[in-house]
Write a protein that binds this ligand. Structure first.
Ligand SMILES: [Zn+2]
Ligand SMILES: [Zn+2]
Length: 272
């Protein structure tokens, strides 16, 4: 029997369609909510809610963001569906489905652990993407959208999506995470990524969650604020936006350029 006959195509198809549709529905519900609530219903007074209140995507860029994001969500769902199928066929991972296997204390502790691992991965992959060559060839696609909008969230080069997905799935092969924990953490990350790209001035009640301005500044200043949700990685590595520093597309390195006679290292910008 050849390899192709060994594949249960119906089951594979079900997993792929389920993962693709699940991702597309969740993403478009959240993005559509922010789009409708602000960009449609409050479009006449952007100064009351928009971070970059004078800057909007051109209709052409808005259309490209919408299409590219949905293309990438589909690609991400496809990869996820295939991986789920491979797992059910015996691909070794550390994922488990029976809570009793590791107990409730581990299940609860594993939620922040997976979140932090994912966030660290996102920081380092993103920071690598700001290396000159990778930025000019791959990551610039995301930075075409200086004005953010909910649909800019996953408007990235497909290779960037695959790199981010790899870093986010990697821990699942080594550390036991419950399937439900993985689903919940991934949905959380997706939802807050939309919030961070919404372009709307939002501050979360969750103390670990950076405000939307933190990533919005990344789009206007380019090479600083590489983190996803937690600002700690940028603080540790000194790449959080600093006061009295100038940034821009050609100022690589994450620390900006000193303005005037700035001798000492200036303070980080204080986000709300
Ligand atoms: Zn970037
Ligand atoms: Zn972004």
């Amino acid at each position: 029997m050849c390899m192709i006959d060994l594949v249960d195509w119906t089951r594979l198809g079900l997993y792929v369609v389920g993962a693709v549709l699940g991702g597309l529905v969740i993403f478009n519900l959240v993005a559509g909510y922010y789009h409708l609530r602000y960009y449609v219903l409050r479009k006449d007074n952007p100064e009351s809610w928009k971070i970059q209140d004078k800057r909007f995507l051109t209709p052409r860029l808005a259309r490209s963001a919408f299409l590219l994001t949905n293309f990438n969500m589909t690609l991400g769902g496809l990869v996820t569906g295939v991986l789920i199928y491979a797992m059910t066929e015996g691909m070794p991972t550390a994922i488990y489905t029976d809570v009793d296997e590791y107990g409730w204390p581990w299940l609860i502790a594993s939620v922040p652990l997976l979140f932090v691992l994912n966030d660290a991965g996102a920081y380092y992959v993103h920071r690598a993407l700001h290396h000159k060559w990778l930025f000019k060839n791959i990551h610039r696609h995301h930075h075409r959208y200086v004005a953010t909008s909910p649909y800019v969230t996953v408007a990235v080069h497909p290779l960037e999506l695959l790199a981010l997905q790899t870093s986010s799935f990697l821990p699942l092969f080594f550390i036991p995470f419950h399937a439900g924990v993985i689903g919940a953490v991934l949905v959380y990350i997706l939802v807050f990524n939309v919030v961070d790209h919404s372009g709307v001035r939002l501050v979360s009640k969750l103390p670990w969650q950076g405000p939307s301005m933190y990533h919005d500044d990344h789009h206007t200043q380019f090479h600083c604020n590489f983190g996803q949700h937690l600002m700690i990685w940028d603080k540790i590595h000194g790449t959080l936006r600093r006061q009295k520093r100038s940034y821009g597309k050609d100022v690589f390195g994450g620390r900006g350029e000193a303005e005037g006679e700035e001798a000492e290292t200036p303070d980080f910008v204080r986000y709300p």
